[in-house]
Design a protein around this ligand. Sequence first.
Ligand code: ATP
Ligand code: GLN
Length: 146
Amino acid sequence: LPVIRAKNSPDYLPDANFYKVEAILRPWRIPQVSSALLKMGIRGVTVSDVRGFGAQGGSTERHAGSEFSEDKFVVKVKMEIVVSKDQVEEVIEKIIGEARTGEIGDGKIFLTPVADIIRVRTGERGEKAERMTGGRADMSSAGSSA
Ligand code: ATP
Ligand code: GLN
């Protein structure tokens, strides 16, 4: 997991059991991304309609010398997926695999350590709260047990 660095690294990132993968993507790519995530047992995803600017939406107004006008923002979708540490790289690879066109505006992924997960219905915390019905554990036990 090259993205998650050791504590003795100068660009130290706090180690955690869980991480939030936050991806800002092209809206029309979201169905492909979600179906790929579903296939790997990801059941918990939060999606928001957002607008932003990066290389794609920021080039013309950068030198305009006036205020940003709101209509320059590009419509995007933000996907937030909290997963255990060992799923992080696979989730990132799936997102890139399904969201990438190679053109400016494909988006960006931010990775954040998550201190804890609490399931509201049961009060469960940590790994128990992270585990989703139909998720990885269910998928692997479905094949082996009757
Ligand atoms: P239950 O408590 O009934 O077992 P759950 O806690 O597994 O359910 P929900 O309560 O259905 O899951 O989740 C509510 C919302 O929380 C979802 O619609 C989704 O937006 C968000 N969510 C749940 N799990 C995750 C996750 N791992 N990553 C990102 N968002 C999540
Ligand atoms: N790791 C969880 C599971 O396998 C799924 C996490 C998620 O859906 N975000 O049950």
